[in-house]
Design a protein around this ligand. Structure first.
Ligand code: ADP
Length: 191
């Protein structure tokens, strides 16, 4: 299974990614989590990424692509993976296509979580209090939403043309949303 979960910041991608990954016994690969781990470890990659993350901007494609390429080469990702937060730009879509094609597989599905903008801001501000993320202030949240709409939302139609997008209503209880995702995904044959 090679899956992507997409949706605006705060749509609940990370939460749902964990359940999907457990269900299909594949790793959930979150570029945001990998960047944050690098920031807290003070690595060179972390130092580079931090400037962009703090402003709600995207980390440059070359940096992100290389990081993902290395991660999906890890042994635990050989039989499949779920990407959370990647691809976010058209250049990343093309790069990912190349990586998957190289292994002789194909992308099975793209789960798109849909949610209301105002609901999202409320969720993110709450998360800021709980997790203390530096990029969860209202200004930065609004910037992340703007960047998402400009750069990432257009990718959905690219995958729609391939017929692999499953739009899932992201509003409601976490378990309800998970059930909707499983219902959509369980019918996909493994490749
Ligand atoms: P959210 O889901 O709330 O947008 P993430 O945890 O996925 O947040 O990402 C946090 C930040 O990490 C992004 O705002 C961006 O700066 C950086 N980032 C994550 N994934 C990518 C990516 N694929 N390309 C560029 N930057 C990324």
């Amino acid at each position: 299974m090679r899956l992507i979960i997409m949706g605006p910041p705060g749509a609940g991608k990370g939460t749902q990614a964990k359940f999907i990954a457990e269900h299909f016994k594949i790793p959930a690969i979150s570029t945001g989590d990998i960047f944050r781990a690098n920031v807290s470890e003070g690595t060179e990659l972390g130092l580079e990424a931090k400037r962009y993350m703090d402003a709600g901007e995207y980390v440059p494609d070359e940096v992100t692509n290389l990081m993902v390429r290395n991660r999906i080469d890890d042994p635990d990702a050989v039989s499949g993976f779920l990407l959370d937060g990647y691809p976010r730009t058209l250049a990343q879509v093309e790069e990912l296509d190349g990586m998957i094609k190289f292994t002789g597989h194909s992308l099975d599905a793209v789960v798109c979580l849909t949610v209301d903008q105002d609901e999202i801001v409320a969720r993110l501000l709450q998360r800021a209090q709980v997790e203390g993320r530096a990029d969860d202030t209202e200004d930065v949240i609004r910037n992340r939403q703007r960047v998402y709409l400009e750069q990432t939302e257009p990718l959905i139609s690219v995958y729609q043309e391939r017929g692999i997008v499953h739009e899932i209503d992201g509003l409601g209880e976490v378990a309800e949303v998970t059930a909707r995702i499983f219902e959509a995904l369980d019918i996909i044959p493994e490749s």
